[in-house]
Design a binder for this molecule. Structure first.
Ligand code: KIV
Length: 264
């Protein structure tokens, strides 16, 4: 499950999630950015630290932001170390297949667990022609399998497979030793991940939601109801009630009132 701040990490951890991922989806769903290419490492690290403080049982993974790992394996390792030391994460996620194998090898050889991410890789949406389903031809599915094997052999402990036909993801999962974590890739993956804001319904009605998201809650609706009820109570003075205020003894209050009168 993704988490982007202290409360969302707290609830994911309390619900027993195995991994809490500070995904760079945070750029879009928590920071209102157009896509994930805009967010910078310092912003991610700030959110990682908040998530780390709330997560007691789950493994924590931080998403390497676009531009912080593609230039060279050395750049990627330096960025991964910042996620561990400054972000207080226990591992990192990065997007890409075969071409990222040397990078994954470099990071894991330094003792930092890597969660790979193949299929639809949102940081590369400009090259992919948008958020498009991947692996839809036999050739594309074969390339996806090569990517999955390459990141496994490079040392990734697991991989996210995003937006891939379910039978393709299931077949690839069977060919691997490491677990696959599906998102829009059917139930034949080893595990699943969703963006918490999406699956808890913490967004206004009418917002676009990818086909693969199942909405398990209505956090927006409940928050709106609570805030509107608060507004009505404040205006009618029903809130705060006596139970929400601090007492003062009758003697002290009388003495205060008397002191006010003597000033008039
Ligand atoms: O950024 C993110 O939240 C992700 C997950 C959806 C896998 O990459």
């Amino acid at each position: 499950m993704t988490a982007h701040d202290f409360p969302s990490a707290h609830v994911a951890d309390a619900a027993g999630m195995d991994i809490v991922l500070v995904g760079d989806s945070l750029a879009m769903v928590a920071m209102g950015m157009e896509d994930t290419s805009e967010i910078v490492m310092e912003e991610m690290l700030l959110h990682c630290r908040s998530v780390a403080r709330a997560t007691k049982a789950a493994m924590t993974i931080g998403d390497l932001t676009m531009g912080t790992y593609e230039i060279s394996p050395e750049q990627a390792l330096a960025s991964a170390i910042r996620f561990i030391k400054e972000g207080r994460m226990q591992g990192v996620k990065l997007e890409g297949g075969e071409e990222m194998a040397p990078t994954i090898r470099r990071i894991t050889s330094a003792g930092i667990p890597v969660l790979a991410h193949v299929g639809l890789t949102p940081q590369r949406q400009n090259a992919l022609g948008g958020f498009r389903v991947q692996g839809k031809t036999s050739e594309a599915a074969a390339k996806l399998l090569r990517d999955a094997i390459a990141v496994q052999e490079a040392g990734a402990f697991a991989m996210v497979i995003e937006a891939v036909p379910a039978p393709v993801a299931a077949l690839i999962t069977k060919k691997l030793r490491v677990p696959t974590i599906g998102i829009g890739a059917g139930n034949g993956c080893s595990g699943q991940v969703l963006v918490q804001v999406d699956m808890t319904g913490n967004f206004p009605p009418g917002r676009f939601l990818p086909k693969f998201v199942k909405k398990y809650g209505d956090v927006w609706g409940e928050s709106l109801r609570a805030i509107e009820a608060y507004k009505a109570d404040v205006k009618s003075r029903a809130y705060p009630g006596p139970e929400h205020t601090y007492p003062i003894s009758d003697e002290e209050l009388a003495a205060f009132e008397e002191s006010l009168e003597s000033r008039e």
